[in-house]
Design a binder for this molecule. Sequence first.
Ligand SMILES: Nc1nc2c(c(=O)[nH]1)N[C@H]1C(S)=C(S)[C@@H](COP(=O)(O)O)O[C@H]1N2
Ligand SMILES: [Mo]
Length: 337
Amino acid sequence: MLIKLPKASDCHESDVTPESLYFSRRSLLGGALVGIAASSLPRWASADDAARYADVEAGRAPNWFAEKLPGTRWQVVTVKDEAITPFKDATHYNNFYEFGTDKGDPAANAGSLKTEPWSVVIDGEVAKPGRYALEDFMKPYELEERTYRLRCVEAWSMVIPWIGFPISALLKQVEPTSKAKYIRFETLQDPKSMPGQRSSFGLIDWPYVEGLRLDEAMNPLAILAVGMYGRELPNQNGAPLRLVVPWKYGFKSVKSIVRISLVSEQPKTTWQSIAAEEYGFYANVNPTVDHPRWTQARERRLPSGLFSPNVRETQMFNGYSDEVASLYSNLDLRKNY
Ligand SMILES: Nc1nc2c(c(=O)[nH]1)N[C@H]1C(S)=C(S)[C@@H](COP(=O)(O)O)O[C@H]1N2
Ligand SMILES: [Mo]
C-alpha cells in the first residue's frame, strides 16, 4: 500500500511502472472472453464450474471444500456489464504483505502457507466462543457465489467471483452478547511461513488486524470467502478464509483469518496504526474524499497496461450505495474516511 515505503510502489494511476508491463497480451484477451462467459451462464452447479472462467488454474481443494462446492448457489450476486478480471491477474497482482510488498510477491511466496490443518478462534462478546477446526467451523454454512468489484485504496480495481457465506450467518451461530459492537479479524502470525513477517518491512505490527461495526458486518453484502473462480482460494488471495467487504477499500478485506472476536470497542486496525491520517477505520470507497497523496475519483481496472490503461470513474461505495448508504446516514464521511 502507499505509505512511505522503503521501495517505490506502483500505485499512482498516472505512473508508468514495471508492474504495468507485467500484464501479458494473453491476459488482456482473456478479459474480453471472460466477460462474455459470465453473463450467459446457468445458475446451477456442474462438475466443471471452474471452467466457467477462462484459464482458471486447478487447485488442490481440501475435502470439506470439495464436499460443499456442488451445493453452491451460483451467481447470487453478479456485476452487470463489467468483465470478470482474468484469474491470472487476480492471482498475480496481490497485496498480502505477509509475503512481501511487491504485487508479485504473494504469488511467488505464499506456497509456504500451510492451510491444512487450520483452526479459527471465536472469542470476546459471544455466547458461544470456541476454537474450531476449519472443516467444523464451515459446517453450518451453504456456499454462495458473489461477484464483486474490489477497489484498492491504491486506485486500481478488479471484478472477482468469490465463493463464501454472509457474516450474518456466522453471527447467528456464535450469538453476540449485547456488549458486542464491533467485529475484529486477525490474520495468521507465523514468521516461519510468512517471510514478510520476518523481513525488514518493520512498519507493520503483526498480526494484520481489521474490523467492522457490527451493523456493517450484518449487511448482506459482507461475506467470509473460502473460494474464488469456482475453486478454493489460492494462498495468495487469503486462503483458507478471508473477509470480503466490497463497498470498502481492499485493505479492509483481511486474509487468512485465524481469529474472529466480538468486541465492545472499535478495534485498532493495521493500516490505521501505520498512518491514521491516510487510512481510516471506515475506509468506504468514496470518489469525493481523496487520499492525501492521490485522487480517489478514478481507478485503473485490471488488466491495465501501458497502451490500454483502462481507467474508469470510481463509484460511491464502489457501486453499492443502494445496499449500504443507509449505514452511514449519521456519519460525516469526510471525517470518518
Ligand atoms: N493479512 C492481510 N490481508 C490483506 C492484505 C495484507 O497485506 N495482509 N492486503 C489487503 C489489500 S491492501 C488488498 S487490496 C486486498 C487484496 O486482495 P487480493 O490480493 O485477493 O486481490 O487484500 C487485503 N487483505
Ligand atoms: Mo489495497
